[in-house]
Design a protein around this ligand. Structure first.
Ligand code: GLU
Length: 506
């Protein structure tokens, strides 16, 4: 029977969610939606030493902002919960013991100091220490003890770990959906710790047990987990769960904009772009990080950009709605090689989403900013302004900044522009223009254009000689949309008021 597709996003709450993490969540989400499956959120918080308070909430909020709706998991619930690993401790213990009983794992009592000493000893001989088939016979573990000895140690309350008994020299031929066949030799792998006597499983055990119990069909995660694949597959075998083992897909790395390394959170601060979906203040170090949300990116633009980091639709199309992505997404169009992150392209996406918004939608966004700054506005006026100006901007905040002059008369006049355009004879000309402006009643673009153009022609003056200082007077600088549009929007009274003020000041 075909199983229902079930995928999970399984972050560890060790800090803010990096954009690579969001991309992993996105690809899981798209895969689930494409196949009508379930998208789960599991919080992998077994490593208490790396736990960062607030990180889990941050992850949930970020997914929400991105529009990645969770079907099941932390914050939502579901029939396979709890979904926070720290609440599943009891479950892991029993599975760790099962592996010991079946001979796939063993107790190890070596102290950190003893292992360090071993490590040093090996180094002196020019070797690297590994806890594996070759060394385990000489170490302090249940494989080298009789049952009484073991029982005594276990009862003594001494610290121990349970290690996986990695088979020696086994050729492993594994399959990854993106990479195809991948080969590993088990002798290069060590006897990983699965469980600690403090009652906590390690990532590997908890991850496999949970994916099995939660009926996960596909594991889609970052490339950094590829080296763990052989251990994971061997764990499935050891448990006898091969038949329902999920398929694996390891996503390509996200690379720095320049150079070849992996994109790190430091690169963002260094190069001036966010690497996190939302702002984050590290509760431990107090360090502050920018977020796409607060920096004025639209979530759908951010998602669109992320979707193309490692995946392509096989066409030239670049703009996709979430629905289109869900329809088109497939893992066989995810590439193996790293995907370069491009902050400029991200701005370009935002621009595309900005100009695709209706003037009404943009007016609401600009309106909110105006209100926040105690500026009154009329919606249809703002709509008109957005229509005239939106083409030039990547962010609503830039549009807002540049259209402020519509709502507040300039207090000062740009020095460079006034020097350039306000010449000796300008005041006389502007006085004449002011009289003309007073005589006009209909301030529509068509009418003021007709009358003012006729006047300029009649005076045999260059258009720029009038329009440039006129602009400086009304706008305060040599910027903004067409002047006839500007005065149509601000109206006669305001136009005259600004002209009079400019004539007094300039
Ligand atoms: N907790 C792991 C992480 O933080 C999950 C890896 C996986 O998906 O198996 O990335």
């Amino acid at each position: 029977m075909e199983r229902k597709v079930r995928v999970r996003f399984a972050p560890s709450p060790t800090g803010a969610l990096h954009l690579g993490g969001v991309r992993t969540a996105l690809f899981n989400y798209l895969f689930a939606r494409h196949y009508g499956g379930d998208f789960l959120l599991r919080i992998e918080d077994t490593d208490q030493t790396r736990y960062v308070p607030g990180a889990e909430e941050y992850i949930i909020e970020s997914l929400k902002w991105c529009g990645l709706t969770i079907d099941e998991g932390v914050g939502v619930g579901g029939e396979y919960g709890p979904y926070r690993q720290s609440e599943r401790k009891e479950i892991y213990k029993q599975y760790a013991q099962q592996l010991v009983e079946s001979g796939h794992a063993y107790y190890s009592f070596d102290t950190a100091e003893e292992l360090d000493a071993m490590r040093k000893e090996c180094e002196e001989q020019g070797e690297t220490f590994m806890y594996n088939a070759r060394s385990r016979t000489r170490l302090k573990n249940s494989l080298n003890m009789n049952p009484e000895e073991l029982k005594k140690l276990l009862n003594s309350g001494i610290h121990y770990v349970i290690r996986f008994k990695m088979p020696e020299n086994e050729e492993l031929k594994l399959y990854d959906i993106i990479r195809g066949e991948v080969h590993f030799n088990s002798s290069l792998l060590d006897d990983k710790v699965l469980y600690k006597s403090d009652g906590m499983p390690t990532y590997h055990l908890a991850n496999i047990v949970d994916d099995h119990l939660m009926k996960i069909t596909h594991v889609i995660r970052g490339e950094e987990w590829l080296p763990s694949l052989p251990l994971h597959v061997l764990l499935y075998k050891a448990f006898g769960w091969e038949d329902t083992m999920p398929e694996f897909a390891h996503l390509p790395l996200i690379l720095k904009p320049v150079g070849n390394g992996k994109l790190s959170k430091r690169d963002g601060n260094k190069m001036g772009f966010p690497v996190f979906p939302m702002e984050f203040t590290d509760p431990v170090t107090g360090e502050k990080w920018h977020g796409y949300k607060e920096d004025g990116y639209f979530p759908d633009a951010f998602i669109n950009m992320l979707a193309l980091l490692g995946w392509n639709p096989g066409t030239d199309q670049e703009i996709f709605s979430m629905q289109e992505l869900c329809e088109l997404f497939s893992l066989d169009r995810v590439k193996k090689s790293g995907a370069k992150f491009d902050p400029e392209k991200t701005k370009w996406f935002n621009h595309k989403y900005l100009i695709a918004k209706s003037n009404g939608e943009l007016a609401d966004l600009v309106g909110k900013m105006l209100l926040a700054n105690h500026l009154e506005y009329n919606k249809s006026k703002v709509e008109k302004i957005c229509g005239l100006m939106k083409e030039r901007y990547n962010f609503v905040s830039e549009l807002y900044q540049d259209c402020l002059f519509f709502f507040v008369a300039p207090e000062t006049f740009n020095e460079k522009d006034s020097k350039k355009y306000w010449k000796e004879d300008t005041a006389t000309l502007m006085k004449e223009l002011l009289e003309l402006l007073k005589s006009i009643d209909d301030y529509s673009f068509a009418n003021t254009e007709k009358i003012i153009s006729a006047w300029i022609t009649e005076k045999q003056l260059g258009f720029g000689k009038i329009m440039n200082p006129f602009r400086v007077a009304i706008v305060g600088a040599a910027k903004g949309p067409h002047m006839f549009d500007v005065i149509e929007i601000i109206g006669k009274e305001e136009t005259i008021r600004r002209m009079e003020k400019a004539l007094l000041t300039l």
